[in-house]
Design a protein around this ligand. Sequence first.
Ligand code: SF4
Ligand code: SF4
Length: 480
Amino acid sequence: MNSPEPIQSSELYEKHSVVHNKRIDGPFRRFKWAIMAITLTIYYVTPWLRWDRGPYAPDQAVLVDLANRRFYMFGIEIWPHEFYFVAGLLIMAGIGLFLVTSAVGRAWCGYACPQTVWTDLFQHIDRLFDGDRNARIRLDKAPWTWSKVFRRGAKWSVYLLIAFLTGGAWILYFADAPTLFRQFFAGEAAPVAYGTVAILTATTFALGGFLREQVCIYMCPWPRIQTAMLDEKSLIVTYKDWRGEPRGSVKKAQKNPGEFGDCIDCMQCVQVCPTGIDIREGPQIGCITCALCIDACDKVMKDIGRPRGLIDYATLDDCEHEAAGGEPKPVIKTLLRPRTLVYLGVWSSIGLALLFALGVRSHTDLTVSPDRNPPFMLMSDGSVRNAYTLKLRNMESRPREMEVALVGLEDAVFWTDSIGRSDAARSQTIEVPADATQPVRAYVLAPQGTEGQTFAFTLTSLDEQGESDRAETLFTAAGE
Ligand code: SF4
Ligand code: SF4
């Protein structure tokens, strides 16, 4: 019996070759510059923005306050029991990605994904230190001289600095930024802060500096999901082979008129590609639709006096239509199609529902838990006492006087740990600190003969808002 042939490692893994993409200018490149500037500014600057919430709440505009279990975003404060707002935002982000993919293909990957933005940034650092594509290829192949060691060392130090700033900025979203910044460099921050920065520095350094397009092609699941979401009506970056083929240089085309297509096989589209692919081989998972090849090819077409758009954003339907001699369709028709409109409708409905819920939500909340053991106490005069733990929540960033009252359970009165039995009444006024949940022990006393029944506590803010909440509970009587 023959034993199976051993598998060669070369059959399992494609050999990695470093992508040295060429500098290009054009409308899509400038658009990418703008998106990069906006996203990086938002990421690094946001933790330093202040937002006045009065003396009782943090003044950081965007803050995930893990210690106090709050999420602040400008004028919005989300409490743990309101996690549905965060869930709603995550659902909106997911549907937003579906919407963008359905309308303009992998635009997220090409322009705004953090991996794309940081890789783009690191590729510009490469150009700054080592020059454009050809110089970088030469340097890569050159032996390790002191000059190369120095240049590599300097470049990797800048990588490391960017990676450190990236990790450093992340932790500032979880505590008061100026305070944590001081503590971090004074060695007084929590170990978890140093650990998080170390991990994020290492991952940014590795993913943005070295792994780059391999993350998009091999590691990220999103390209696979997107491929399933694209259809023949989605915009993708396409090479119009019916126009470009057969390829031939300008000279050949001049010598043999009518025999060659518009592609002069100059390889500019491949050389500018950040993932190093050849779009002329058709749509592929490595194409992040950054459109830099469109800029490159349009420039070539302009230089040789042929119409732009040999590589362009187009749908597969448009390609068939154009290949058959039809006119290109207006982009707006491609964008406004039923599937995209359905996504837009669902996305906006969730957004409006969240805004409505945010607008009408109460800043007052009451929960009640009756004591289970013992469920009641029989007093010497025959009256019955039940004890409860109330939680009075004040979600305003100022202390508020609140009235707690009994509804039902006739002739009963209550007092608390801080309001003595001598002041027992059917309603009590309690001050609840700003932005806090105040636990209160309440002792409800009902006269002899009162039967077990359901009743309610109400909580009403004694201010111009007059917000209220109500919680039903059970009164347990003797003999039950
Ligand atoms: S840039 Fe345009 S002309 Fe040059 S190889 Fe690419 S598709 Fe052909
Ligand atoms: S093929 Fe073109 S659009 Fe796709 S990743 Fe490369 S440069 Fe960007």
